[in-house]
Design a protein around this ligand. Sequence first.
Ligand SMILES: [Zn+2]
Length: 277
Amino acid sequence: MLRSKLAALSLALGLMPPASMADCLARDFLALPLPAAPERPAIALALELAYEGLAVDEAAGVLTYNGQTFALGEDPGRTPQERLADPSIAETFAQVYPLAFDLGARAQPWFDPGRARSDALFKALYGASEAEVAASLKRADFRRGTTAARFSASSRQCVATQLQAALDAIAAEGPEVEKVFAEVGGSFNWRKIAGTSRLSAHSFGIAVDFNTALGGYWRWSGGTEGNAGNYRNQYPEALVRQMERYGFIWGGKWHHFDGMHFEYRPELILHARLVGG
Ligand SMILES: [Zn+2]
């Protein structure tokens, strides 16, 4: 608890070390070479390429990470809303994340690729408590002209370095991106998803919310579950593409749209490439 309070205090004071000091090299997940004729399942390859130290034994149906073993589980073809509450790792890949900048797919109710998460795996990757995640945070900054915004992200799996690389690439896109950082929602926050008992991706230091007013969120615009309604995107395509390049999926592609929200899910980007998404 004390550790967590100290982390929160250092966050407030901006004392977190910057991600640029980390011994990580940013990876471009849209350009990372993939096997032309993979002999292993796309899920296994995507997970291993995405996460350092993770190994999949598809014959045994398990993955191992940091001495822990997790069942990959089945994808028995449950409905998306059934999956959402407690998805197996296999089920988190059931909906292929669309790499194209096409918001048509989200018209389909419950098309929310990436919204199903394995809390157990994320706890192993990033920390099982607020204090543990808070202790891993590093800073990532957006700066362009007179616009500046500060975020924090996990240093595990080089997430903060990936975020800094994305923010730098976005800043180089041009002045039209500045509005997206004029007023930002935030990043690390150990909390449940509104209306559920599941942990938000923000709990793990892997999610950022940019401009909330421009972003759009289905719960704030009168949508209901399974009928989230129309989404009028105001984020530049180039910004979304740069975030995806560095491993962050975008909530603007979800039926239950969360247009301010990006989260680090490189396994879904790689899986989409492997299966032609
Ligand atoms: Zn968010």
